[in-house]
Design a protein around this ligand. Structure first.
Ligand code: CAA
Length: 396
């Protein structure tokens, strides 16, 4: 009787073993990306970090397997991966090399404004080369004095006939210099600012007046160049405007709703890499005549690490499903997934260093790199303090 009143019986009838878990295709994708990442990307990860060089081997391997920009729809020549599949690709690459995972992640970030708000013509022109692996796409929102307060940007775009002329400095631009295309947010009406005064444009690396600063010297993700982008009287055709004039801030924020989930994915991958390494290490390392993994203090640490990681994964996958469906609570879920997963990754990687003891603190083992790489996930695409502001303003 109770079942009939509450509808439980009907729900129970619909349930099967696939309830609440990724599809088989998602798991097969994970297996194949993991194999590729371990064979072609992992062997270079330490050197890429040590030398602070771009992971060209990873780009080549990802392009050869069509994994460099999986989110691009099939209609533009891409793989048409759903949001969860994109998360899994980023996760598996980040598990072995966080710098390399920024290739698929930032390609999504840079091109998402075009996908969300661009004209058909703009999509066809810029997404096809991205899908073919001929061009990467970066996202240029932040400036020296406009980080958390993104709306405080100073870069200006002034309409002049059939063109716009852009002037300004963008800072902290991931993959700057190696990307061909840049989504640039600029002020078109200083009085309106975030409410109709900011516009988004596609700027090309080869446009006259575009140049780059020296690579930042960073704590982690050393293989991914972070540089300033200078826009000095850059004149671009007016049809490079993404959407209507004045819609750029909303497009930038809607983009982040989707792509904060890819940062969560990166955090998950880094944390999984550290946990896997630490798990193997404690089974081998002997002290007091037995593997340190036999000690309950060590077991409790591993249990906590795995528990936090799995909680972060569930939240991230739930957010990815919302991104795919375009649910109204995506803003909350995107911020929550990024915030929770990055905090978890910082804790898990720090604990992995602890489990390896003195060895963990050296560059002879990968966990110190993972700990350094994890830190940025708490900072970029909005600090975790900003995520809490976003969540509080969009409580479910
Ligand atoms: N979706 C659609 N529109 C949105 C939106 C969203 N999620 N959030 C805001 N908007 C629009 C709304 O239209 C809003 O106007 P109304 O309230 O009248 O509707 C308008 O934008 C202004 O919104 P706010 O008043 O909330 O704007 P704010 O100035 O208070 O800023 C903020 C909000 C959340 C703090 C925002 O500035 C922010 O997200 N800051 C962090 C920036 C950030 O994440 N930077 C990361 C850079 S990218 C990066 O790091 C990438 C990398 O390298 C890998």
């Amino acid at each position: 009787m109770v079942a009939r009143h509450t509808g439980v019986r009907a729900v129970a009838g619909a349930a099967d073993f696939d309830l609440y878990r990724p599809a088989e295709e998602h798991e097969l994708l994970r297996e194949s990306v993991r194999a590729l990442a371990e064979a072609k990307i992992a062997p270079h990860a330490a050197e890429v970090d040590e030398q602070g060089r771009f992971p060209q081997e990873a780009l080549d391997a990802l392009v050869a397997s069509d994994l460099h920009a999986v989110h691009v729809p099939e209609s533009y020549g891409g793989g048409g991966a759903d949001a969860l599949a994109t998360v899994i690709v980023i996760e598996e690459v980040a598990r072995v090399c966080a710098s390399s995972s920024l290739i698929p992640a930032v390609n999504k970030l840079g091109s998402m404004p075009v996908l969300l708000s661009g004209s058909e013509e703009l999509k066809a022109r810029y997404l096809a080369p991205l899908a073919r692996g001929e061009a990467m796409f970066s996202y240029a929102l932040s400036e020296p004095d406009a980080g958390s307060d993104a709306g405080g940007m100073r870069t200006r775009a002034v309409r002049d006939g059939d063109t716009y002329v852009l002037n300004g400095v963008k800072r902290w631009i991931t993959n700057a210099g190696v990307s061909e295309y840049y989504t640039v947010m600029a002020v078109t009406d200083a009085d309106k600012r975030t409410r109709g005064g900011i516009s988004a444009f596609v700027v090309e690396k080869g446009d006259e007046g575009v140049s780059f600063g020296a690579p930042e010297k960073k704590l982690g993700i050393k293989g991914s160049p972070t540089r300033e982008v200078y826009l000095d009287n850059v004149r671009i055709p007016a049809d490079r405007l993404i959407g209507e004039e004045g819609t750029g801030f909303a497009t930038a924020m809607r983009t982040l709703d989707h792509t904060r989930i890819t940062i969560a994915a990166q955090a998950l991958g880094i944390a999984q890499g550290a946990l896997d390494y630490a798990k193997g290490y404690v089974a081998e390392r002997k002290q007091f005549g037995r593997p340190v993994g036999d000690f309950q203090g060590v077991q409790f640490m591993l249990a906590d690490m795995a528990m936090k990681l799995e909680a972060a994964r569930q939240l991230t996958y739930a957010a990815a499903a919302r991104s795919e469906r375009g649910d109204s609570d995506l803003t909350f879920f995107g911020a929550a997934a990024k915030c929770y997963a990055s905090d978890a990754a910082m804790e898990i990687t720090t604990d992995a260093v602890q489990l390896l003891g003195g060895y963990g603190y050296t560059r002879d083992y990968p966990v110190e790199r993972m700990m350094r790489d994890a830190k940025i996930t708490q900072i970029y695409e909005g600090t975790n303090q900003i995520q809490r502001i976003v969540m509080a303003r969009n409580l479910p």
